[in-house]
Design a protein around this ligand. Structure first.
Ligand code: 6R9
Length: 652
């Protein structure tokens, strides 16, 4: 039996959902009248240009449509509607790596976004439906660029700045982007780093769709300019008018693509649409973070991930809150940086990943005590399972035992939170995501759709469509169906399977175990084993490779690669250290530094079944140093297991 932490009376009193009775009522309402439930919120929360006719169209499942026929522009939801009441309120507080600061009011945000939108529309000819790739640092212009695209109906696709030129190129080509927006570079740990050269390399091959590159000058380091292709944002923005007519968008028009890793093949362009996404982004800000008029909200994610999309840009702005954007890292110049910022800006909600919590804990266990963190009310965690010690430290030391912790489970595909405690209502068990949010039908099932037995691990599914869900995979509707609706059938209907395993306890609490497919979660970053393997295969000496995740005390998981060398080199190569370095260089080139392997072990072969399938479970067990419990007699060559164990022992 785990300890239970109840929300303080103070937090419950002021929260929108104040207790479990209110939660149950909302859930009952959604169960009894699903469409009525969502109809209510869509009418209450969203600014419509034209009303929708139908709440949910399930006729072409799983290609669900929400708020069918409605017209809106979500930048009006995020900006215009706040101008009357909040024009002088801070929309974005920006803190640069080196401590430089900028406050952008809602009125300034309005102007900056409108001017940016005019630039794209008038100077670059970007139209509704065109794709614009962003390869940006964490600066306000990144948020302006996303919103400017939304203003004119262009589909943005943000690529995380840590991805390599090859990875960027793949995404540009898949999206057939017309424009790339980047910066010369930015600052990290006190020093400039560069982005534009990576864009230049990406565009060297196969990116014929790209007509123009817009460069924000952030660090003013020298970059190469290609005439007729590259333009300076800082120069072009000067002459743009302050007002840009918003494009009238259909509820279901695509808003953005965000590439994420799956268990097979190349990253997939997760496509989100307008109305449903913004509705849930705003509602979760209100329900899960209980954001209030004078709150200052800080999510430490990068805008290159879904967390940055929904909880730095769209959610906080739709809710009319003040959102903090930070260019640097929370450990520079020291482990107190984040806490110093909390004190200075009187942050009320702080949202980060377990990896960051573990690093900050390790580097500065008592560091939070040096700062006044009394403004904090709600602490959030996301991206990977949190372990009880990290949870406890977050609760006791960062939150001073006063704050609610919301362990939010969700995914790129879900658009916003799915399972999370409600800060004023849910009695929390440490390191447990607790219950689905009102309106979200999350269940832990067996493959045949029956609920899993209490305490047993099952498949985490969402059994009814929800407004902010993925609409399709860009350009590959079949893959969309197969990836998400191909595994679990409930009552004769294919339901959304997340790829995660979970357990339900005797009180109905859901604990997320982690991915049960071939996706690895390193520091909260999702990486496909297939993707890393195909990168490693580009090394000329590699014949075969299998990659697995190994539990890591800080990063959650680390990457462990088993390599089989080609026959002609196998004997002559003695230097594994050199080879490891070369292989990691290949990974860095093909994907980015975040996908580098922590261990690379040369083995004589892989454990394969007679049908040729690699038994990853065996490889995972060996990486962990665990005894092999599964039956290996069905392997093509059972003796290989011992040889692999031996190779790992020698390498270790
Ligand atoms: C938002 C985001 C999604 C995967 C997801 C799961 C893991 C996210 C979690 C969590 C345990 C949580 N995950 N939140 N695991 N507890 N609170 O991270 O999206 O990058 O698509 O990753 O992250 O494995 O399937 P994304």
């Amino acid at each position: 039996m785990k300890e239970i932490y109840y929300p303080s009376r103070e937090l419950s009193r002021q929260a929108r959902i104040k207790n479990m009775c209110e939660y149950n009522d909302l859930m009952e309402w959604a169960k009894e009248d699903y469409e009525g439930f969502w109809d209510h919120w869509a009418k209450e929360k969203l600014e419509w240009i034209e009303p929708y006719g139908k709440v949910l169209d399930e006729s072409n499942a799983p290609f669900y449509k929400w708020f069918v026929g409605g017209k809106l522009n979500i930048t009006e939801q995020c900006i215009d509607r706040h101008i009357d009441k909040r024009k002088n309120k801070a929309a974005i507080i920006f803190e640069g790596d080196r401590g430089d600061k900028q406050i952008i009011t809602y009125l300034e945000l309005y102007r900056n976004v409108n001017r940016f939108a005019n630039l794209l529309r008038n100077e670059f000819g970007v139209k509704k439906g065109d794709r614009v790739v962003l390869y940006m640092p964490m600066i306000p212009e990144a948020a302006y660029a996303m919103l400017a695209c939304a203003r004119i109906g262009a589909i943005h696709s943000v690529v995380f700045g840590g991805f390599s030129a090859e990875a960027l190129r793949d995404r540009i080509i898949d999206a057939q982007a017309k424009v790339v927006i980047t910066a010369d570079g930015a600052y990290r740990k006190g020093a400039p780093y560069m982005l534009k050269p990576t864009v230049d390399t990406a565009l060297e091959e196969g990116c014929d769709s790209v007509e123009k590159v817009l460069v924000v000058q952030r660090n003013n380091e020298d970059v190469v300019w290609i005439g007729g292709r590259d333009y300076s944002y800082n120069e072009l923005i000067e002459n743009q008018p302050d007002v840009c007519e918003p494009e009238v968008m259909d509820s279901e028009d695509p808003l953005f693509l965000l590439y994420t890793s799956g268990s097979t093949g190349k990253p997939k362009g997760v496509q989100h649409s307008q109305a449903g996404y913004i509705l849930w982004a705003q509602m979760t800000m209100e329900w899960v973070f209980d954001v209030k008029e004078n709150d200052t909200f800080w999510c430490t994610a990068d805008i290159g991930w879904i967390t940055g999309h929904t909880y730095i840009v769209y959610g906080p702005l739709a809710a009319g809150a003040t959102t903090v954007m930070f260019e640097g890292v929370p450990t520079y110049p020291d482990a107190g940086r984040a806490w110093k910022m909390v004190e200075e800006y009187k942050i009320n909600q702080f949202y980060t990943a377990p990896t960051a919590i573990r690093v900050l804990h390790k580097l500065g266990e008592h560091e939070p005590e040096k700062y006044d963190l009394s403004s904090l009310r709600i602490l959030g965690t996301v991206g990977e399972p949190i372990d009880p010690p990290a949870w406890k430290w977050y609760y006791d030391v960062v939150g001073g035992g006063r704050c609610s912790i919301v362990d939010t489970w969700w995914q790129t595909e879900t658009g916003g939170h799915m399972i999370s405690p409600l800060p004023g209502a849910t009695p929390v068990k440490p390191a447990c995501a607790t219950f689905p949010l009102p309106g979200i039908m999350a269940e832990v099932l067996e493959r045949d759709g029956t609920p899993v037995a209490t305490g047993e691990q099952g498949l985490l599914c969402i059994t009814k469509p929800w407004p902010s869900m993925i609409r399709t995979i860009w350009g590959d509707p079949e893959r969309f169906k197969k990836s998400y609706f191909g595994d679990v059938v409930k009552d004769g209907k294919a339901v959304y399977f997340s790829g995660d395993g979970a357990v339900v306890d005797e009180d109905g609490y859901i604990t997320i175990i982690g991915r049960v497919d071939d996706v690895i979660n390193v520091s909260g970053h999702r990486l496909g084993t297939a993707e890393i393997e195909s990168a490693i295969k580009k090394h000329p000496h590699v014949a075969e490779v299998a990659v697995v995740g190994k539990p890591d005390p800080i990063k959650g998981e680390s990457i462990f690669a088993y390599i089989v060398l080609k026959d002609d080199v196998a004997d002559s190569l003695g230097e594994e250290v050199e080879l490891s370095k070369e292989i990691n260089d290949v990974i860095a080139r093909e994907i980015g530094n975040i996908a580098k392997a922590d261990a690379i072990v040369v083995v004589p072969g892989l454990p394969k079944t007679r049908s040729g399938k690699t038994m990853r479970r065996i490889l995972r067990a060996i990486a962990k140093g665990e005894p092999i419990t599964q039956d290996i007699s069905t392997l093509e060559d059972p003796s290989i297991v011992e040889k692999i164990e031996e190779a790992v022992r020698c390498a270790g």
